[in-house]
Design a protein around this ligand. Structure first.
Ligand code: SPQ
Length: 425
């Protein structure tokens, strides 16, 4: 994909459904009694991998486009898969599903693409093993392929060394099947979609400060799920609206759950011209229309407990920082190194190639804004968030930018380029 500067971006866009919530709807819908209807399901490759895995365990899932109907098999109704469960590129499918598989009365093998085979799985293998799970890395490198022999599990308390919703959720899913209460304490609160959806499906769960406790379940009950727009996808339009001259973009119906809205706070800190108008989302998953106009931005420090609430938006925030006056420091974000790519190195190397003043640190990056960006060849490393971030940078750079592997946006936003193009004047 080759991109050049645009003069202005104007209009409204509705981004696809939230990826995290879409995955969880498939998992809880599969384990529930009755039919779960999901509206606004994200038809991205990652969420389709979740559908595929649960179909392989005997769950009938009708994918009618915007509506997905899951004919739940009940908490103990999954069937042994006859084949490897292929998670594709999806870390969320791998880790959350492993928590479920650990407690089944059958064995399974979980594998995915090259990127998945490099992502750390010890972070879930350790707590699940403490619960009595039999989960091993086939190649002995603590990565997928994983072999999971279902076992009877016991409830534990786990002090997680990392603020990760995937670690927390894997333990909570396993906790549904344990012989007693299971609790997880995180160093900072990560996204809480699992907790909110557990409650909706009738699970006995409580959250106090940084600790979540779940009681074993006997049955889960199907629920209608309405998925809000993904704030991680909205981020690219927010950044594009702020840095492109003569622009104003409204992103409709964006999920602004407080465990996900860190980017809104960063926009405020940087002095962006932004309006957030609450709409009528669920109590737990509130929504808003977000309007961002061309802004005079100033650098800021992004670190501490806000990081888990914007972890996936950091590549987009790095682009924003290139267009701000002064220095932006992103710290406490070492988790970026173990995403679909090493997002610290990949952002820094590619932004340097475009002429940005940026340096990598151990736990983030320092960006001195104000340098004019120029076109370059960008290697996305097949990481959807890198490709979308550099598309936004390319539209504000001199000359032509080529994004290698640009089609990887299919993971979370198949129509990204079309939607962006619609806004160009
Ligand atoms: O699913 P995957 O591949 O891990 O996707 C990413 C993304 O950028 O889309 C991370 F690379 O999002 C994660 C996110 O970083 C989705 C997620 C979830 O749905 O629970 C939680 C975050 O990961 P973690 O490791 O912090 O729990």
């Amino acid at each position: 994909m080759k991109l050049t500067r645009v003069n202005s971006l104007k209009g409204e866009v509705t981004v696809p459904g939230d990826k995290s919530i879409s995955h969880r709807s498939i998992m809880l819908g599969s384990l529930a009694k009755g039919d779960t209807e999901v509206y606004g399901f994200l038809q991205g490759a990652d969420c389709l991998s979740s559908i595929d895995c649960f179909r392989k365990m005997g769950v009938e899932i009708e994918n009618k486009g915007d509506i997905v109907v899951i004919h739940g098999r009940g908490l103990r109704g999954l069937q042994a898969p006859t084949d490897t469960l292929d998670v594709g590129n999806s870390g969320t499918t791998t880790r959350l599903m492993s928590g479920i598989l650990a407690a089944q009365q059958f064995a399974s093998r979980v594998n995915g693409d090259e990127s998945i085979q490099k992502r750390p799985m010890k972070r879930i293998m350790t707590p699940l093993s403490m619960m009595g799970a039999d989960i091993v890395s086939e190649l002995g490198n603590d990565c997928a392929p994983l072999i999971i022999n279902g076992k009877a599990l016991k409830g534990i308390h786990y002090d997680s060394p990392v603020a990760s919703a995937q670690v927390k959720s894997a333990i909570l899913f396993a906790g549904l099947y344990a012989d007693g209460e299971t609790s997880v304490t995180e160093p900072a609160v990560s996204r809480n979609h699992t907790e909110l959806m557990f409650e909706e499906f009738g699970v006995d769960i409580r959250c106090e400060d940084k600790t979540v406790t779940v009681k074993p379940a006997t049955e889960l009950y199907a629920k209608k799920v309405v998925v809000p727009g993904d704030i991680s996808s909205a981020a690219y339009f927010m950044v594009a609206g702020a840095i492109t001259p003569n622009s104003q973009i409204t992103i409709k119906n964006v999920g602004i759950n407080p465990t996900r809205d860190g980017i809104v706070k960063v926009f405020e800190m940087m002095g962006a011209d932004m309006k957030v108008e609450k709409t009528s989302g669920d109590v737990g998953e509130p929504t808003a229309d977000i309007t961002v106009s061309t802004s005079n931005l100033k650098g800021c420090v992004v670190g501490g407990d806000i990081i888990p609430t914007l972890i996936d938006e950091i590549p987009a925030i790095a682009i924003l920082a290139c267009f701000a006056d002064g220095e932006t420091i992103i710290k406490d974000a070492q988790e970026l190194k173990v995403k679909e790519s090493n997002r610290i190195d990949v952002m820094v190397n590619n932004l340097k190639a475009m002429g940005a003043d940026i340096e990598a640190t151990d736990d983030g990056m320092i960006i001195r804004g104000g340098k004019t960006l120029h076109g370059a060849v960008i290697d996305s490393k097949l990481d959807h968030r890198i490709a979308m971030s550099f598309a936004v940078a390319a539209m504000n750079a001199e000359g032509e930018t080529e994004i290698l592997g640009s089609e990887c946006v299919d993971i979370s936003y198949p129509k990204f380029y079309e939607d962006m193009k619609m806004l160009t004047e």
